[in-house]
Ligand binder design. Structure first.
Ligand SMILES: [Zn+2]
Ligand SMILES: [Zn+2]
Length: 397
């Protein structure tokens, strides 16, 4: 499971190597003739990528047979115990399979058309050799887009492969060969990108697989001991029951670490990629840039309505293209520091640096969103006193 986390950094590193390949391809169309072997290789890669999923599916099918047939039907003598075990087993099994299915087959969300350069601008960008001039084109196109984040060098984030301006938190996945909104990581165990469209499903998949394994391990334990100590006779069920306990316990341990890590990430409103490399804002890199406080961070992924939290149905907030940030609060925080010596100064004197058009647009959206729910950033500008309170609360997140 650790390799899954590490793979994110690998993707980031390999991404830079791919950046200009699309442009090169358009400059050298004769390469199209050599595409056939590459295409075959790609198809093979796609087929092989399903091996981990097939492996998990086979293990799950066997665990179903071993638990229902070998344990419940052949081994457990009490009818009441059989029924109770089978009911709870099937509940956890259905929820696990449902969330696993949704994680695998939910298509990763991609940037919308407004993030593509207009045709004329794209042609100019491709013809342009100087990076400064290319950036100028991107900056012009980005003025109408709601973008908070930049590259490490402060430039507009652009994907040469997909030929699209990357929305905040969007990254290019080399395995899927596309830009994925709020990309978390590419998970080989689901053969899919985990991102904005399926992050909730992924968390639930981890949660229900943990419940499934814990339930099996807990209920199998007494029969495991009985078989182990030869209290029960040697039947064909023995092998299945012994093996079932070992497999369930092994999966429990590995899933638990990954699940706790992702719960921590949800609480911080950070993706795995952002945990490795903090997003860069106008004010510099900030690993807590998207954190809105614990409860709001949970709501970003699971939604407002608690009744849907445990169901693998899409309830995440937003459109995946724009995200509320702490940017305005960072400015206010700096302002508060300057205000401390003069606590009676009015909010009109707060030296908040001007925001760009796109940032203002996003800010107004944020304030509208916050007005409908409980209070956060919108109230921070009311008075210097309330600013200090709001920031101290948010800094805890
Ligand atoms: Zn891309
Ligand atoms: Zn991917």
């Amino acid at each position: 499971m650790k390799t899954e986390v590490l793979r994110c950094s690998d993707l980031l590193l390999s991404r830079s190597a791919q950046l200009t390949s699309a442009r090169r391809h358009s400059l050298f169309p004769s390469r199209g003739r050599k595409m056939a072997p590459t295409h075959v290789l790609r198809c093979c890669q796609r087929g092989l990528a399903w091996i981990p999923v097939i492996f998990i599916a086979l293990v799950v099918c066997w665990s179903y047979y071993a638990y229902v047939v070998e344990l419940c039907i052949f081994t457990i003598p009490s009818i009441g115990e059989k029924i109770i075990y089978l009911i709870f087993f099937h509940l956890s099994f259905i929820m696990f399979v449902w969330s696993y299915w949704k994680t695998i087959f939910t298509k990763p969300a991609n940037p919308s058309k407004e993030f593509c350069l207009p045709k004329a601008e794209k042609e100019r960008y491709e013809k342009e050799e100087r990076p400064e001039s290319q950036q100028e084109i991107l900056w012009r196109a980005a003025t109408s887009l709601p973008l908070y984040t930049r590259t490490g060098a402060g430039a507009i984030r652009y994907c040469d492969r997909c030929q699209v301006i990357k929305p905040d938190r969007c990254h290019h996945c080399s395995a899927c060969d596309m830009c994925v909104l709020k990309m978390d990581h590419h998970c080989p165990w689901v053969n899919n990108c985990v991102g904005f469209s399926n992050y909730k499903f992924f968390i639930l998949f981890l949660a229900y697989s943990l419940v499934y394994c814990l339930f099996i391990a807990a209920t199998v334990l007494q029969y495991f001991i009985k078989f182990w100590t030869n209290e029960l006779p040697d039947t064909h069920a023995k092998f299945h029951v012994l093996f079932l306990f070992f497999v369930a316990a092994m999966f429990c341990i590995s899933i638990l670490s990954l699940f706790s890590y992702h719960l921590w990430l949800v609480g911080k409103n950070r993706s795995t990629i952002e945990a490795f490399r903090a997003p860069v804002f106008r004010t510099g890199s900030d690993k807590n840039g998207f954190s809105l406080g614990f409860r709001k961070n949970i709501a970003q992924v699971f939604g407002d309505q608690k009744k849907y939290w445990l169901l693998p149905v899409f309830t995440s907030q937003g459109d995946g293209l724009t995200f509320p940030t702490r940017l305005v609060n960072v400015d206010v925080e700096q302002a508060t520091v300057t205000l401390h010596p003069e606590p009676n100064k009015s909010s009109a004197d707060v030296p908040v640096s001007p925001l760009s058009e796109s940032q203002n647009r996003l800010l107004s959206n944020e304030q509208h969103a916050n007005n409908t729910g409980d209070h956060l950033a919108n109230n921070t500008l009311k008075s210097a006193e309330s600013e200090t309170i709001t920031i101290s609360v948010e800094s805890e997140s």
